[in-house]
Ligand binder design. Structure first.
Ligand code: NAD
Length: 254
């Protein structure tokens, strides 16, 4: 059982896009939030936004590819806010390039952040959660982990791995009162994606999405907040597509 104290959520990649929206939403739902990002200034700025909106927040530097950095960020959060009950793994990168020319070092960087970074943070958070017998882990996968896309060989593979990792986490951490689930967002305009959309690619996506539009960061944050809640205790190892119905169809609307 969770202690009666206010839950503490650490959000990697929290300075921007979906992570930022999650920080604001989890705070709105009463959690204290640690906004952790490679860009420390941006993490602090997002934490200030949460505080301005009436919440409690801390902005911390984290590089999810580095053991020492991850450990230092968790230690700081534990010291200044308390033990981490909720981990949202939103740090990620997208690199679009043709498969036959895809640079191996870029492949390795995408895997290091999107897959190994997610594992590293889940393992670090999971140890404390297991000791306390409670935890929620929410990983950001993608519809690209389910459907292949041109130029997304590393990204799509990394997001399929995040779904597999989520099941492994659920299996081994479930007996400790911890759930691990993933969200597979459809296309949402954020810093990550805005440069990869042309009016044509955006229109092509919109034609494939039953909702007829791209998603918003706030719509993804709602789903993250559900999976991060105590009430989601019996949902474990799942990937929830939040994509306006894109994966349900797969053909253009006529
Ligand atoms: P974003 O670029 O707006 O935010 C990602 C954040 O991660 C940035 O603030 C960046 O500084 C941080 N980051 C990058 N490398 C890091 C590292 N090594 N350590 C710590 N932080 C690091 O992107 P977003 O659109 O908010 O995406 C968030 C997550 O959602 C990603 O995992 C992404 O793959 C996934 N996703 C996004 C979309 C979309 O359409 N935006 C769709 C599906 C999945």
């Amino acid at each position: 059982m969770q202690a009666a104290r206010q839950s503490i959520a650490l959000i990697t990649g929290g300075a921007s896009g979906l992570g930022r929206a999650a920080a604001l939403e989890l705070s709105r739902r009463g959690m204290r939030v640690a906004v952790a990002d490679l860009r420390e200034d941006a993490a602090r700025a997002c934490a200030d936004e949460v505080v301005l909106a009436g919440g409690q927040a801390l902005g911390v530097a984290i590089d999810v590819t580095d053991d020492a950095s991850v450990d230092a960020a968790f230690r700081r959060v534990e010291a200044e806010l308390g033990p981490v009950d909720v981990l949202v793994n939103s740090a990620g990168i997208l690199n679009v390039a043709p498969l036959l020319d895809y640079p191996l070092d870029t492949w390795e960087r995408v895997m290091a952040i999107n897959v190994t970074g997610t594992f590293r943070c889940a393992q670090r958070a999971g140890r404390g959660m297991a000791e306390r017998g409670y935890g929620r882990i929410v990983n950001l996968a993608s519809i690209s982990g389910v459907r292949a896309g041109i130029g997304r060989v590393a990204y799509g593979t990394s997001k399929a791995a995040v779904m597999g990792l989520t099941r492994q986490l659920a299996m081994e951490l479930g007996p400790h009162g911890i759930t691990a689930n993933a969200i597979a967002p459809g296309p949402v305009v954020t810093a990550m994606t805005e440069s990869s959309y042309t009016p044509e690619t955006r229109a092509a996506f919109e034609a494939m999405i039953p909702a007829g539009r791209l998603g918003t960061p706030e719509e993804i944050a709602e789903a993250i907040a559900f999976l991060a809640s105590e009430g989601a205790a019996y949902v474990n190892g799942q990937t929830l597509a939040v994509d306006g119905g894109y994966l349900a169809g797969g053909v253009a609307r006529t």
